[in-house]
Design a protein around this ligand. Sequence first.
Ligand SMILES: C[S@@+](CC[C@H](N)C(=O)[O-])C[C@H]1O[C@@H](n2cnc3c(N)ncnc32)[C@H](O)[C@@H]1O
Length: 225
Amino acid sequence: MLASVAEGGGSDLHGILTINNESRKVSTSEHERVVKHHYDSMTEGFYLQWNPDHIHLRLFEPGECPGPDEMLRDSAGLARAVERMIEVVVAPAGIEERHHVVDAGCGVGGTAIHLARTRGCAVTGVNLNELQLEIARREATDAGLDGRVGFEYADCSRSLPFPDDSIDAVVNIESACHYSDRGRFLREVRRILKPGGRIAAQDWMARDGLSATEYDEYIQPLCEA
Ligand SMILES: C[S@@+](CC[C@H](N)C(=O)[O-])C[C@H]1O[C@@H](n2cnc3c(N)ncnc32)[C@H](O)[C@@H]1O
């Protein structure tokens, strides 16, 4: 299983990959290849067990959580919990109908489709995983949103395929943890956002000051699984 962090700066950037509990330094392109491969191999599992449209955490209210023997995908509160999470994350971006939004690391397109449906805005999702892009395009077509939602290949660690000052909001959900160069991603976000544009992001992070015991208890299991 995979965990990845970026390290270094400028042209020396490389990632540290932890696969099956063994960490090693790798080049940026190797880092990207492994992340792609990870999502190639995991997408079907996410689809069958988690949720067909979203690959991110959910905000369940008390009483909504699936029971111990219940498959997450089948739980009654799943759709509400997924949308609640998106709404909490994107609220500060103040997305409106007239906006062009970029969903960076868009998975299979669930957030892009949700935003286009609920706000009426235009959304372009970008991702480096071709399998997920293909699913996202199909879902947008099935939802009748072809004119408003599009999906493009992009590696967010390198560049975002949009002109300067052209985008109103960037949404980035549980994706930047994989980037080999997050500084470059944020510079690209700044370049493409119009003045006053916003990024709304959510990711997995360890809080500061964790003890070794807490690290072993809470962080290491995530890196392993
Ligand atoms: C945990 S999934 C989240 C997907 C989506 N944001 C969602 O909420 O459903 C992480 C996503 O980031 C994408 N990703 C990882 N590294 C990337 C990169 N360097 N550039 C673009 N997308 C990337 C993966 O392919 C995957 O779609």
